[in-house]
Design a protein around this ligand. Structure first.
Ligand code: AMP
Ligand code: MG
Length: 419
């Protein structure tokens, strides 16, 4: 299997995705649906608007009466949203109408209140001419009864929630979320709850991974810390293999204390690869048992997070039914030179700032050691240096994969248009 022993990032992604199938569906209440993915096409339950309605507060009129401005009309009725008109508008007449209220028979246009002047209680002067159809939203203009308004595979955002409520869907079918377990391994690790010991390594990976999963809407289970002992490790791994996805942190390398891979194999996991040509993240193992996906993530904290982004995240999004599997990448201008030896794809932690010309500018967060979480904590994104690239120069255009937290900025970023 040595051919599987040094995959490119994209070959490794393709391998993982080849084993990640979209999970089945479940019906849930709308108020729990944010962030989930529709497992069904959703159709309009009626025309929307259900009839021609006013787009403004104003008067429903006959446009033929109003070839010119300065016309007096008699107000015959008041129509609010939710009312049905009772009268027909005849020549010389109009109806007072509110936004969203049905346009009465006889009328073919709406004049907004700002273009009118009340003379008496039931007499209004219209100050502008109007064309037929003015300020009327026609029946079915938003959606027609039976139309598919949301396709399966749509991520449920606040806008989608609003639309689902509009078509009266109190419950929706969405894809299931996989059950995910996280196991940390290593004799040197000190749990967050344990008393501080300067000689130990603080166990951080399970916490960072948990947060990466929570950001995807998954609430994982942390199984704990397994010592570098094959029997203890096997006990933990057996538990973890009951989940849909098992993330094992550390111990996947080739050191004498790295027991993860052989122990997984002994438990019936088929290993598909265990090295990827990337930096950070070289020792990354991937295997499957039945439908369970097992990732042996590198122990180094940044490597663990970067590998999650490249391989675990797309697989989980596939399982949850998302058509868009990968982090968004943006083009940015590199702020400084960057050394790179051809060979491995490299992920550089960067901050992003918007330059005066509107372009994004990427700046390294500093030392890029795979153990340095300070530089990860500051990063807006991961600059992707292609495997075969040489050194990069200041001003070069680069691709940056956005991380959580990069969606916001300090100013609104737009200016009001001059009048
Ligand atoms: P390993 O992949 O087990 O060889 O670990 C590589 C490096 O990552 C070592 O310095 C470990 O101490 C560190 N490491 C491993 N697991 C964790 C973890 N769960 N949290 C923080 N650091 C870790
Ligand atoms: Mg270890």
């Amino acid at each position: 299997m040595s051919e599987n022993n040094n995959l490119s990032v994209s070959a490794a992604q393709a391998c993982v995705l080849g084993f990640a199938e979209t999970d089945g569906s479940e019906e849930i209440p709308l108020e729990r649906a944010l962030g989930r993915v529709l497992a069904e096409d959703v159709r309009a339950n009626r025309d929307q608007p259900p009839y021609d309605v006013s787009a403004m507060d104003g008067f429903a009129v006959r446009s033929a009466d109003l070839a010119t401005g300065g016309v007096l009309l008699t107000v015959i009725e008041d129509i609010k949203a939710g009312d049905l008109p009772k009268k027909t508008v005849a020549s010389g007449q109009c109806a007072r109408i509110m936004t969203g209220a049905p346009v009465p028979p006889g009328a073919d246009a709406v004049i907004r209140v700002e273009d009118t002047r009340m003379l008496t209680d039931d007499s209004v002067e219209i100050t502008v001419p109007v064309k037929a159809g003015n300020d009327i939203r026609v029946r079915g203009e938003n959606m027609r009864h039976g139309d598919v308004v949301l396709h399966a595979g749509t991520e449920i955002t606040p806008g989608v929630i609003g639309l689902l409520a509009t078509v009266k869907r109190a419950r929706v079918n969405v894809h299931r979320r996989p059950r995910v377990a996280i196991l940390s391994s290593g004799d040197e690790l000190e749990a967050l709850e344990a008393p501080f010991d300067a000689d130990k390594i603080p166990e951080s990976n399970s916490h960072a991974l948990m947060a990466q999963l929570q950001a995807l809407g998954i609430e994982p289970v942390r199984l704990g810390i397994a010592r570098d002992d094959p029997a203890e490790l096997a006990g933990f791994l057996r538990q973890g293999l009951d989940y849909d996805v098992l993330l094992v942190s550390g111990g996947s390398s080739v050191g004498v204390h790295d027991h993860v891979r052989p122990t997984l194999e002994a438990l019936g996991v088929a290993m598909h690869f265990w090295r990827v040509e990337m930096k950070p993240g070289h020792p990354l193992a991937f295997g499957t048992r039945g439908g369970t996906l097992v990732f042996g993530l590198p122990g180094n904290p940044v490597s663990s997070m970067v590998c999650f982004e490249q391989f675990v995240l797309p697989a989980l999004r596939r399982r949850m039914g998302h058509p868009a599997l990968f982090r968004r990448t943006v083009t940015a201008t590199l702020a400084h030179p960057l050394k790179h030896r051809p060979g491995r794809m490299e992920f550089i932690r960067v901050t992003l700032a918007t330059e005066a010309n509107g372009r994004l500018r990427a700046t390294s967060t500093g030392a890029q050691s795979s153990g340095d979480l300070c530089s990860m904590a500051r990063a807006d994104g991961l600059l992707v240096v292609p495997a075969e690239s040489g050194n990069l120069a200041a001003g070069d255009l680069v691709q940056v994969q956005l991380l959580d937290g990069s969606l916001y900025q300090r100013t609104a970023g737009f200016v009001e248009e001059a009048a």
